[in-house]
Design a protein around this ligand. Structure first.
Ligand code: NAD
Length: 359
């Protein structure tokens, strides 16, 4: 095993705590240093996780023992922090999105190119056991060529009044839907040629941006994808839970499903039913036949491993940095997903199909 590394976590809010927990669990991490301008939060985190915290970022930037920095701060700080940390010679894992506009995202790519450093974005759904299994089925040819993918996501309002999310000038597309658009690019395994996106009037009136989207993608290979997102309808307590009671969560208005249609079969991933299924199509005597060939379910205790697997993503990133290896998901690939997000915003604002190569 390579030597252990020291890491830092910037931003100790909801996501930052998840990053601290993963760092505590990582066999590749020695010391953990946290920084958050909210002093009470910082002190609470130091106490809860037995980590050191500092009062300003420079203490981390000037600490030559810190090899890797996890950035879990509000979206409008991602670009500047990534640049400062990378120019201080440290590896970076930054939460999505890559800033709030395309210029921000491009700057992150440029900084990585200029410094030659390690930079991976937090698209942890690529480490989800559920989506990784779907991808494995696709790559093994079990559903033939992917021609169409649908994602249906109905969520509770979990951003809250007067928070940085509700007030953000950036839309929910980069902030939230980038994960699911990234999955669609990953499943189709081709680049998006153009995007057409529309949204309806808001239900959540205190948002500074739309709360619903219908995003259509057309890939160069002819495949298409649709993502339908509505932040209303579920019965919930406002925290977008994977509810305890299976019967209720599968029937109360929460949906997060992908349907992946191939030439030889199909796949369904269903977060709220904790289930994924695979269909096989065969050429029957009377016509094309279809049967469900495989069903996988997972227990509540494993929700986060099967869905938002930040835990394994972060442990893996600490291993890569400790071993001097490059990122598993390159920043240029993540940039392609961010381009799709920003193209969808342009499409909505200008009511037209947007070709990615015009951005
Ligand atoms: N990958 C995912 O699934 C996922 C899930 C949730 C959040 N996120 C991302 O994580 C980031 C943080 O989200 P959150 O829910 O934890 O928000 P949060 O508001 O709970 O926490 C953000 C923290 O950052 C601190 N902060 C602000 N500016 C800072 C700076 N310059 N340096 C250090 N700390 C600073 C704030 O004081 C706050 O405590 C966002 O970019 C969000 O998009 C990703």
């Amino acid at each position: 095993m390579s030597e252990k590394i020291n890491v830092a976590v910037l931003g100790l809010g909801n996501m930052g705590k998840t990053h601290v927990k993963a760092a505590v669990a990582s066999p590749w991490v020695d010391k953990i240093i946290g920084f958050d301008p909210d002093k009470d939060l910082s002190a609470g985190c130091a106490e809860e996780f037995k980590i050191n915290t500092v009062d300003n970022l420079d203490e981390i930037l000037n600490d030559s023992t810190v090899a890797l920095v996890y950035i879990a701060t509000p979206n409008d700080t991602h670009v500047d922090l990534t640049e400062r940390v990378m120019r201080a010679g440290k590896a970076v894992m930054c939460e999505k999105p890559m800033g709030e506009n395309l210029a921000d995202a491009k700057r992150m790519v440029d900084v990585q190119k200029e410094t030659g450093g390690f930079l991976q974005l937090g698209f942890e759904l690529r480490y989800s056991k559920m989506y990784a299994k779907a991808k494995e089925w696709i790559d093994n040819g079990m559903i033939g060529d992917v021609v169409n993918t649908h994602c249906r996501y109905y969520a509770s309002e979990f951003h809250g009044k007067d928070t940085w999310r509700s007030n953000s000038p950036g839309s929910l597309i980069g902030e939230k839907l980038s994960h699911y658009l990234d999955c669609q690019r990953w499943f189709v395994n081709d680049e998006v040629e153009n995007v057409y996106s529309i949204h309806a009037p808001k239900v959540v009136e205190y948002f500074n941006h739309p709360d619903n989207h219908q995003i259509n993608l057309r890939f160069f290979n002819g495949a298409i994808s649709t993502l339908v997102f509505n932040m209303f309808l579920p019965e919930s307590d406002g925290s977008d839970p994977l509810l305890d009671v299976m019967e209720k969560q599968s029937d109360d208005g929460h949906y997060l499903q992908h349907h992946i249609f191939g030439t030889k079969g199909g796949i369904e991933t269903d977060v709220f039913r904790r289930r994924l299924r695979r269909w096989e199509f065969t050429d029957g005597v009377k016509g094309l036949e279809s049967k469900i060939a495989e069903i996988i379910t997972f227990p509540k205790e494993e929700d986060l491993l099967w869905f938002h697997n930040v835990h394994d993503q972060n442990i893996r990133i600490s291993e890569l940095v400790a071993k001097g290896l490059p990122p598993e998901n390159t920043i240029t690939d993540s940039y392609e997903t961010m381009k799709v997000c920003f193209a969808a915003e342009v499409s909505e604002n200008e009511n037209r199909i947007v070709k990615l190569n015009e951005l």
